[in-house]
Design a protein around this ligand. Structure first.
Ligand code: RNT
Ligand code: ZN
Length: 422
């Protein structure tokens, strides 16, 4: 048997011909795919821990479960782990930081005092890797999250603290984008909500509008940073009410000209985000995604190649929205090797995009336009057994990352040599 890489090249030649018969250009699909960046979240590497000296506990609507050994304890470890993951993922991607990953040395710097200076090591590292950075404001794991309130807190002083945090974070995003020459997405999600039925649903929302307007008051250069707001239907401890609901932020994003972040785990368990994409893009120039996998609730399981994921990728590709959607990931599993979690989830996101790129979409569209739903259904089902795997392997081969499951041995070696010694 020839080695795997050689087999892959042969299989690809056959697959390419098969796709060509259907009017699909596999070469073009690979070219497009190579240019799609995924914003990979830092927080899978250390269970959303961050590096603040205060070391607050997580909570505030977020929960990480599992005790797999070897999590990153320092920024240097997180960077090394991520580099290992990147070496196993085809394509050029981005790294998505949270404000709680600031490096402040021995000094305690509170969230309302952070500046781009505290991220200079991250920026220098991103520069050497030639990757872009994205950023998230951190409204959890802090003593000023009180009774589940941050930007909607009834106390003006607490609101002010968080508003200042938001302002600082936007400036940090701009600094990152300026330094790296690629606009940084500065995303905002707050955990605010109520466990039980509120009697005042309006007040917190009015306070939130005011707080957001204060945060976004200053216009920043979109070549450096763009803002986004992330709605959520519910959270742990906020089962009955969240002021920052989908309707709230959709209205806010449209009226204020900021992006909307659709997180796959933030809706009713049977409600997918794929169908929302073309709706919100009728009214917003750009959106962001937090691709995640909820299991019964917003559990943030590692992204797998599900029908939900395939549907998201189809909407992005078939809707010709690639230039208007910033694809990011959001999950955290501490029960498996964390480097593997990054690799599995990101490879699946890329795989789903490739599947969509390889669909005979012109024929499907023509059938649908003609009302020929028989052909549409027949093709949709035939698509599922086309030789997709051969094109995927070819992508990995060309991008110089392990083909097939060979990446797993690299992760196991890294676990033995590095993670197990922590
Ligand atoms: C929480 C949101 C948010 C966080 C990260 C850590 O439900 O999805 O995006 O997961 O910011
Ligand atoms: Zn999210």
């Amino acid at each position: 048997m020839p080695p795997l890489r050689q087999q892959a090249a042969t299989a690809y030649r056959l697959a390419r011909a098969r796709y060509a018969d259907l009017g699909v250009d596999a070469e073009r699909a690979l070219r497009v795919l190579a240019g799609i960046p995924i914003s990979i979240h830092c927080w899978q590497g250390d269970d959303v821990g961050g590096f603040e000296s205060s070391g607050g506990t997580l909570g505030d609507g977020l929960a990480v479960t599992g005790q797999y050994p070897g999590k990153a304890r320092t920024p240097a470890e997180l960077r090394a782990d991520f580099e290992q993951a990147l070496a196993l993922i085809p394509g050029r991607h981005r790294f998505n930081l949270h404000a709680s990953y600031a490096e402040t040395g021995r000094r305690k710097v509170d969230r309302d005092e952070l500046s781009v200076h505290h991220f200079r090591e991250w920026i220098a590292w991103a520069k050497t890797l030639k990757i872009g950075l994205d950023f998230n404001q951190t409204y959890f794991a802090h003593p000023n999250v009180q009774r589940g309130w941050t930007l909607t807190h009834p106390d003006r002083r607490i609101r002010r603290f968080w508003i200042d945090h938001g302002i600082r974070c936007r400036e940090i995003g701009a600094g990152m984008g300026r330094a790296l020459g690629t606009p940084c997405l500065a995303n905002l999600w707050i955990p605010d909500g109520m466990k039980d039925t509120p009697v005042d649903r309006k007040g917190p929302r009015e306070r939130l509008v005011e707080a957001l307007d204060a945060i976004f008051a200053k216009k920043l250069d979109p070549r450096h940073t763009v803002d986004s707001v992330e709605p959520k239907l519910f959270g742990i401890g906020a089962e009955s009410y969240t002021p920052g609901s989908h309707e709230f932020y959709l209205g806010y994003a449209v009226s204020r000209g900021v992006l909307l972040t659709l997180d796959a785990g933030h809706y009713h368990p049977t409600e997918g985000i794929a169908d929302k994409i073309s709706s919100v893009l009728c009214f917003l120039p750009e959106i962001a995604l937090h691709v995640s996998r909820g299991v019964r609730w917003d559990s943030d399981h590692v992204v797998t190649l599900t029908d939900d994921l395939a549907a998201i990728a189809q909407e992005i590709v078939w809707g010709k929205f690639l230039g208007r959607i910033r694809i990011g990931l959001d999950y955290f599993d501490a029960s498996i090797n964390r480097v593997a979690a990054w690799v599995i989830g990101t490879r699946n996101m890329v795989r789903a995009l490739l599947l969509a790129l390889l669909a005979p979409i012109e024929r499907l569209r023509a059938a649908e336009r003609a009302g020929d739903y028989t052909t549409r259904l027949a093709l949709q089902e035939e698509m599922k057994t086309l030789p997709f795997g051969a094109v995927w392997d070819e992508h990995c081969r060309r991008q110089d990352v392990p083909v097939g499951e060979a990446w797993l041995a690299e992760v196991q070696r890294y676990e033995r040599d590095v993670l197990a010694r922590r």
